[in-house]
Design a protein around this ligand. Sequence first.
Ligand code: C2E
Ligand code: CA
Ligand code: CA
Length: 658
Amino acid sequence: MGRKGVPAAQEQLRELQDRLRQREAEIAMLSELTEVIGSEYNLQKVFDLVAVRARELLHAETATIPVLSPDQKTYCYRAADGKNADELRFAELPIETGICGWVFRHRKAWWKGVLDQLEASERNKWEKEAGTVLLVPLVGKRQFLGGIACINKVDGASFDTQDYDLLNLFAGQVSIAIENAMFFEELTEARHKAEAYKEKLIESNQKLTRSNEELQHYAVHDPLTALPNRTLILDRLQQGILTARRDQKPMALIMIDLDHFKEVNDTLGHSVGDDLLISVGKCFQSALREPDTLGRLGGDEFAVVLPQANREAALTVARKLQLTLQQPVEIDHNSFSIGASMGIAVYPEHGSDPSALLRSADVAMYMAKRNRDEYVIYDPDTDINNPNRLELLRDLRAAIQEHEIGLAFQPKLDLRNQVITGVEALARWTHPARGVIPPGDFIPVLEHTGLIKQFTLQILEKAVQYCKTCQQRGYRISVAVNLSMHNLRDENLPGQITAILQRHALDRKYLMLEITESAIMNDPERSLDILTRLDDMGVQLSVDDFGTGYSSLSYLKRLPVQQLKIDRSFVSDMMNDKDDAMIVHSTIDLAHNLGLHTVAEGVETEQVLDELKTMQCDIAQGYLISRPLSPDDFLSYLDSGEWKVNRIEEDADSCSNY
Ligand code: C2E
Ligand code: CA
Ligand code: CA
């Protein structure tokens, strides 16, 4: 080797060493970069970093990262560094245009070297760019991602093989990181979407819940008063019972029915009726406490469920509810006072399930209404449908079937001449196991079941037959039979009575029918109709229990009756109670003014009898004269001569029959 060769060799060595150093630097930079990029999941940061480093690595004027859109129809410069970077960054171009499109279609790098592989026409078209652009594809494990492009070397040279290798190496290193970051971005986006979706889901769920709640509310509330309806009341009742059972405590139910609400509705219109219901609901609500539930069962019926309330507590609440009604309510500038009848049932004695309790409260409410009480606690003894009663009904049916119900007879004494002129037939039932059952206990049962018609016909038959027997013994006396409210609705009754009288050949004027004032007033027009037909037949008619039934004078005047029986509640107490005495006295005067005879029932003492005589009462009946007697005893009683009785064959003209 000559001297000249040494510097050349040294020069070459230096150059090689330079390139080695540069290589080492490049490798160090690459590995540092890969490390940084590999731990970075923010895709934009990765792209930015790759663009900066690629430009540094290749000493390019500009570096960009074109990335394919998911539909592979466009590409977008996701990052750019160097000259014109701001313009390029995020520019989006169709895949058909530019070098990117070419790279994508051919799946290989673009650089000066590809010119050799191109058709002549294509070569001409791209020659200029090939000298200044190097674009290597970024291919991930899963897909073609895009590329890394470097434009123009700073020193004006073209990109060479070394640049090509270096950028390819770089692209290979970072593509995995880019793919991961892209995947991560996708994932994050999907997660965001999922979260947004979840939020939407939660929102619509809430909406759904709200409308469900609304629906639920409408399903269990009364639309007019907004109070719980029957369904919800039943549910509260069920819950109340379960708690009461668990805690071994009582609970109560109050059922409320407004009095004369129908009249308000009929006379003042439904809208006033509706307003009244709303106001009454508010009144009741104001008297109740937190755990109590007030509801509207329908119509003018309300109910209150009282958890943990015993009999006394329930009575207190009923009293409070009644108090709230004493304040008149204002509707349309009119003030209304409305009454209510309340029935109370207590768990467990009056029922152990909701329907049993409701039924008991309903029965009690009916009692309250009937007796004009403000509130009534359920009483199994007066409940005709309670099991004991059902047994009674069975026996009663049999007794009627077998004609086993007998009669007792109680005389009526004419006070003007001290003569027994009539007798009242009173039903008597001796139960084989229970003994004598008073008519007040079984007659309502008969009325309730429709057996009353058959029963009345039997009583009439026996009474008329007995009267005939008395007359055959020579006693001129009439017989009185009690009719019930249901008999007054029976169109067949007049015809049947005629038949009975004929069968026993009793003159119709000796039969008297007693009908209570309240039965007549229950349906005055209809009563008037049937009473007129009975009167036309020639039988006698009497208004029983007078003074308890709220008759109006105008009706009384039109009734074709001959007799008023003053209720024994006034008579028995008239010596002690001035008001009662006055009622008896004025009833006698009133009756006389209307051309009617008066009978005082329940005469138990001489003083009362004397007083009645002074008041010019026509007839007296009661224990003082005689208790009701069996048929045989009554005949003996007549025979005993304790009182005078008109004889058939004697003074036929002077007889009176009351
Ligand atoms: P009522 O028609 O007012 O009958 C009079 C009741 O007063 C009878 O009770 C009689 O025993 C009772 N009584 C009579 N004198 C006195 C007295 O001085 N003091 C007292 N405290 N009571 C006296 P009874 O027999 O228990 O009948 C009760 C009610 O049952 C009757 O009241 C009547 O409404 C009804 N009843 C009785 N028999 C029949 C019947 O055959 N048919 C119908 N529909 N009802 C009947
Ligand atoms: Ca009577
Ligand atoms: Ca009576």
